[in-house]
Design a protein around this ligand. Sequence first.
Ligand code: HAM
Length: 476
Amino acid sequence: MANKTKFQAIKGTRDLLPPETELWNRVEQTAREVFGTFGFGEIRLPIFEPTELFARSIGLDTEIVAKEMYSFPDPFDLGDMYAQYQLLEGRIPGAGQFASVANLLPDSQLIAARPEATASVCRAYIEHGMHALTQPVKLYYMGPMFRRERPQKGRYRQFYQIGAEVLEKEVASGEWRVASEKEAATDAEVIEMVMTFFARLGLEGVQLDINSIGHSEPPVDGENVCRRAYVEKLKAALETVKGRLGEDSKRRIETNPLRVLDSKLESEQEIIAKLPRIGDSLCADCAKQYAEVKRQLDMRGVKYQENWRLVRGLDYYMRTTFEITARGLGSQNAVCGGGRYDGLVELLGGAPTKGIGFAIGEDRLILSLQEAGKGSVVQGRDVYIAWLGEKTLATAIRAARDLRAAGFRVELPPVEQKFGKALGQADKLGARYALILGEDEVASGEWTVKTLADGTQVAVREERLLEFLRGGRVKE
Ligand code: HAM
């Protein structure tokens, strides 16, 4: 008996269908254009990478690495793993124990569906010796990312990002410890680029939040590591209010105290408002850099709001962090996140390198555009060819080929239809013109073109058809 199982997209994943995909294409095309004007080139990256690349970059104590990564053993290495598992457990696992095998293996033997792409860009920068190119190297990417989050509006397990990164090898070793005007200008220009992109799309209710989270390793000097000093201060303050915090925040005091500032829990808001602020702990260099970023944003006419609680959920950030929210997204309203990550390339085995970048959540961007009524797309046709009679088919095929070659969107029904039915079909597809081809038209060479919006009809000779349609502004 045939198996009647109905297949469905896996939870948290979805199909993107026409005509909505037209909007996705428009968004991506606009990104290419805008990023191109800022001197960025496209990088295409693998979907999966070694788990360790993300674990090391994003940080073991982050939600993404600890809970959300789709990390698995490469099935081709399974033979080895079975052997290891048998050694560990003393028996052969069934298919259902595959996950246990993955748990027993170190990250170095696993691969992961990428949860983000900054780590991959840094890996590629090192692997291709991009430090030898003219610096800085400016790259953008777009494509699917994977995180095992609880799906809801604007949050998926397979989602899409459009991101950009600027990487620049340090000229002198240790240079990155010293904040310079140059890097503040780069930060501001990268932010200006996203804002220009959003403005070009007509995104509404855009709000840019910025912050500086100081620097960590390597220390400028033992005393002056502003983030470390701040985290100590924050931890001490959190200990005093521990009893009033929720379970998540309590746990984070030990694992990742900065993330407590991110809490959305209503009961914690008043407590968090009174915690020490990183702005008061920044070392002179970081404070100088932050002030310069703000000045540079002002010079570019980019409006922002300072948000001392903006710490971001990935460990690689230092100094500038930013997030952009947009209207119509409910609780998942961050449409873009980014920041500076000097030192990440070095952490991954490359030369000391500065980095700054962002990633836009494309799903959320599209949702916000749709909510604002900016997402309407008609995937209509320019011309519907209504043909009738076996002898007209060859002419209809030729007409379709010529019109398509000229760039018109053409629908050629595969079998003949009565004209009434064909015109009804043309209407449903949103066609602007119907080209009516019957045996009379083919014999006389005078074709009939009907404008569907007003029902007017004219006779046009074949050789004048393109001219007529262009004159009729069928195609902008
Ligand atoms: P992120 O904040 O983790 O940063 O993600 C950036 C954006 O991706 C978010 O603001 C959101 O719009 C979107 N996003 C994240 N998770 C989901 C999800 N489950 N469903 C839908 N959209 C989501 C990064 O990924 C960094 N790599 C950004 C970066 C680049 N920093 C420097 N360079």
